[in-house]
Design a protein around this ligand. Sequence first.
Ligand code: TXA
Ligand code: MG
Length: 346
Amino acid sequence: MPQTLAGTAARPFIVLDVPGPPCQTAAFTLPGIIMAANPVSFEEAVALLKAGEICAFPTETVYGLGADATNSGAVLKIYETKKRPRFNPLIAHCADFGMARSIAVFSPLAEKVAALWPGALTLVLPLRPEAGISDLVTAGLGTIGVRVPDLSLARDLIAAVSKPLAAPSANPSGRLSPTTAAMVRAAFHDCVPVLDGGACEKGVESTILAVDGNKIVQLRAGALPRSVVEAATGMPVEVAGEGAEVLAPGMLKSHYAPRAHLRLNAESVEPGEAYLGFGRHEGPSGALNLSPAGDLDEAARNLFAMLALLDEKGATGIAVAPVPDEGLGEAINDRLQRAAAPRDGN
Ligand code: TXA
Ligand code: MG
């Protein structure tokens, strides 16, 4: 029997309790959900997540594809929807430090770093096995990635569900992370319910740090510059090296990829290429510019949306202006390098 969501009688939105193909396109099937109203309301998002369904939601970095982190059936839907390799663990999003402490073990140093929450910072810490987090979230590792997002809408959602929400970026695996609800809907052919919170303030994903004994190691450059962590803790932040053991299984060389081929550090365009400028590198008239003023915050905010726009316009090649490698530029260049890396046919 189809079950109507509590409090949503006015909207034609139902969750089926039997798997079915109601939302199906040639490219994509999401079993069990009829999307008659998208984006969904806050109450609908809460009800979906409580019912073990997935729902995309905004954070200050990028949109996440959320599910109750304690419900393996729900978390499995994230992997299936994204076509994400199961070895790649998910970040558990918490409403506050208390919830984070209930699922991960914080050393005194980890607590010091966590004082930067809420924010664009994920900490990889020892898991509390008794917390009931699904093994699918951690991909069987003894650690868990935890984050308290800065966007109050995200924290309110987690608090209302009263469970940590597992949420990778809300894009098909290996593709660009979405920074608007419209990007999420387009990426999944409108088959994924989305809570719309407007455009993401930061535009690139969180910085991931492992706190290991007396060391802080950056596993992924992100929206919180390393220098901020160093200033707050008085400790150096090491960068996990190329040859190092892969500490963040998701740091695949080719990732965040648009369809078009990317050429980096380009000061001019070649025939047939679209140009993505930065600062004074403006390219030909009509080209997009990540930030005409050369502002890295603005560039990060525009990065994924502009790459997606050039992709939509059917550019086969995108030449990207040089972006300085300082502060947020580290995360921007990291994403650009992964987007430019050779990929295996996807
Ligand atoms: O800003 C963000 O971090 C966004 C928003 C939605 O919060 N989320 C995000 O998730 O970027 P995702 O799944 O696209 O990237 C998470 C990364 C992956 O590279 C994964 O391998 C790594 O975090 N990760 C998660 N848990 C880990 C763990 N226990 N140990 C090492 N790496 C972990
Ligand atoms: Mg991602």
